[in-house]
Write a protein that binds this ligand. Structure first.
Ligand code: UFG
Length: 327
């Protein structure tokens, strides 16, 4: 039996496919390659190019392969783009997931693990954030992920499906051997932008605000290594297979690092001065986002391996140095 990974050519998806293949699991990847990269797909995984909303295509894959669990990464994830074009996000993240779920139900596949995000919480009332805290997204990206969670919850309520939703905080880093990493057509994330400066691909990085109520005035985030996220997906799938009930888990380190601390870590790792310019706050950025991941540790037995920011940046740097142009 194989695991079907939807969006398995994207950043977190491709790292999870690697982890599954390295653990000796059979893997089938579906990706429309709109933002993913076929080169990122592990050679041992079967690959089908297509869209999750193409029901005939998905039925074809499910008929050909013996699938007993699904990990669903296929979604758009750029906050600023979602603010400009909310319906694009509702169509891609919610409507297409609904079509995909119909196919899974018709095919009798019952266990689904899927990507959610810290963005479902919006501006938190307290940190660390736990899964019971209020969910009030401040952007359409977070709203669509919350809508996906609710859709899964109601379908699970009919007894025909079990799901685990994983709410990632700030995913970062790359596979330790430097073969795959983070490569987006439009880069918006802090660590890859800093490494692009170190690589000579851009001149400087803007620091979005230095007047936040934090230790040094810059935003604090909970950075979690992509290999640790990959492990959590496998544990979540095994948890469902062992009869675990549908549930939602935060995935973070529980430690917050400020933008300035990330910049310093990137300077130390790369040996590059990495010039920065202080600029205006970015709309919708909460001052501090830090996860409590105690539930994932207790229930799934998740043990993140990466805790040091420098170590995480180092793995990303290994990828960026070898692939300055991405894939
Ligand atoms: N930042 C800068 N300059 C940049 C880019 C980012 O100062 O050029 C700052 C941001 O203001 C933020 C921090 O660096 O404080 C991290 O920003 P990222 O864009 O790397 O990540 P976000 O925290 O905005 O986003 C992450 C995930 C999203 C998710 C969001 C939840 O990548 O998918 O957390 O709030 F929606």
């Amino acid at each position: 039996m194989a695991v079907l990974v939807l969006g398995g050519a994207g950043y977190i998806g491709s790292h999870t496919v690697y982890a599954l293949c390295e653990a000796g699991r059979e893997v089938v990847v579906v990706d429309n390659l709109e933002t993913g990269h076929q080169e990122a797909v592990h050679e041992k995984a079967a690959f089908y190019q297509g869209d999750i909303s193409d029901t005939a295509f998905l039925h074809h894959v499910l008929r050909r392969e013996s699938i007993d669990g699904v990990i669903h990464f296929a979604a758009y994830s750029i906050v600023a783009e979602s603010m400009r074009n909310p319906l694009k996000y509702y169509e891609n993240n919610v409507c297409k997931t609904k079509k995909m779920l119909e196919v899974l139900l018709e095919s009798g596949v019952q266990d689904v693990v899927f990507s959610s995000t810290a963005a479902v919480y919006g501006e938190p009332n307290r940190v660390p954030i736990s899964e019971q805290d209020p969910t009030e997204p401040t952007n359409p990206y977070g709203a669509t992920k919350l809508a996906m969670e609710q859709m899964f919850r109601w379908v699970a309520n009919t007894g025909n499906l079990r799901f685990v939703s994983l709410r990632y905080f700030n995913a970062c880093g790359a596979h330790q051997d430097g073969k795959i990493g983070e490569a987006h057509p439009t880069e918006t994330h802090l660590i890859p932008l800093l490494l692009q400066v170190a690589n000579g691909k851009r001149d400087a990085v803007a620091v979005f605000g230095c007047d936040y109520p934090t230790q040094d005035g810059t935003c604090v985030r909970d950075y979690i290594h992509v290999a640790d996220l990959a492990d959590a997906h496998i544990l979540a799938l095994d948890y469902l297979k062992d009869g675990g009930k549908s549930d939602i888990f935060n995935l973070g380190n529980g430690v917050g690092f400020s933008v300035k601390e990330v910049i310093e870590a990137a300077r130390r790792v790369t040996g590059h001065a990495i010039p920065v310019q202080i600029s205006e706050r970015r709309e919708g950025d909460p001052a501090r986002l830090v996860a409590s991941s105690q539930k994932a540790k207790n229930v799934l037995g998740w043990k993140p391996r990466y805790h040091q920011l420098e170590e995480m940046v180092e793995t990303a740097w290994r990828w960026h140095r070898r692939h300055p142009e991405g894939y």
